[in-house]
Design a protein around this ligand. Structure first.
Ligand SMILES: C[S@@+](CC[C@H](N)C(=O)[O-])C[C@H]1O[C@@H](n2cnc3c(N)ncnc32)[C@H](O)[C@@H]1O
Length: 229
């Protein structure tokens, strides 16, 4: 790695492909510079997702909050866990991610009750019981070659009835089939809503997930999703 590359998030993002195995190698190899890259790029998705989730959470007293259990899905280096604590969440937080290097950095932040290392494929049953989590946050995980869109069904299986799930997806207006495939998140969510597996609570269009970074594609924007079941 050249000295100038340190903390260059665009360099990490440019290496991502539609292959989960290859992407995990990218995260393994670049884990040490991930946090600095995000800070430099003005990455604000975790904070925005948490604000949305906590706004819709029904716990009112601190005592109620203490009893809540959250899952940081594709937790990476633990940025979401830290931001959740900073936002005043006092319950337990579990984490799951497929990269041992990203998990090692997350571990050092001392915000998680438990970190599970698991690579999730479309047929993976998440290693948690039905109705386990009050809050599930997935920041930057619903992308091609990352958390499989079919896995959204699993996300709602492990969410408690009345719990809150927040996650982002990117919407593309493009002629590139690879990019258009990302819009399948919306189709999957509609399918699950129609089956009665989840309820849409809120949806926010976000143009500035990376405030200091030029977007790679001028015709894309992020959507913050807030769901319950
Ligand atoms: C863009 S990072 C997001 C990390 C964190 N949520 C954040 O907001 O900074 C994506 C993370 O997903 C993990 N990941 C990607 N695909 C995965 C998969 N199929 N199963 C498990 N983890 C995966 C990577 O190891 C990486 O830590």
């Amino acid at each position: 790695m050249e000295a100038d590359d340190k903390g260059n998030l665009d360099m990490i993002l440019a290496k991502l492909t539609s292959s989960c195995e290859s992407n995990l190698r990218v995260y393994q190899e670049n884990a040490a510079m991930y946090d600095e890259g995000l800070v430099r790029s003005g990455f604000c998705l975790p904070q925005k997702l948490i604000k949305l989730g906590l706004h819709h959470l029904s716990a009112t007293s601190k005592q109620e909050m203490d009893q809540l259990v959250a899952l940081d899905l594709l937790s990476g280096t633990g940025i979401v866990g830290v931001a959740l604590k900073e936002a005043g969440f006092t319950g337990a937080i579990d984490a799951i991610d497929g990269s041992s290097e990203m998990n090692s950095i997350a571990e050092l932040k001392n915000v998680y009750r438990k970190i599970t290392q698991l690579v999730i494929f479309s047929d993976t049953t998440l290693p948690f019981d039905d109705d386990t989590y009050d809050v599930i946050i997935c920041s930057g995980g619903l992308s091609i070659g990352h958390f499989p869109f079919e896995g959204i069904r699993e996300l709602f299986r492990i969410l408690k009835p009345g719990g809150i799930a927040v996650f982002n997806s990117t919407h593309f207006i493009s002629s590139d089939p690879q990019l258009l495939a990302l819009n399948a998140v919306a189709d999957k969510l509609k399918e699950l809503r129609d089956e009665g597996k989840c309820k849409r609570i809120d949806e926010i269009k976000l143009d500035d997930a990376f405030s200091n970074r030029f977007r790679q594609h001028v015709t894309d924007y992020d959507i913050l999703h807030c769901y319950s079941k």
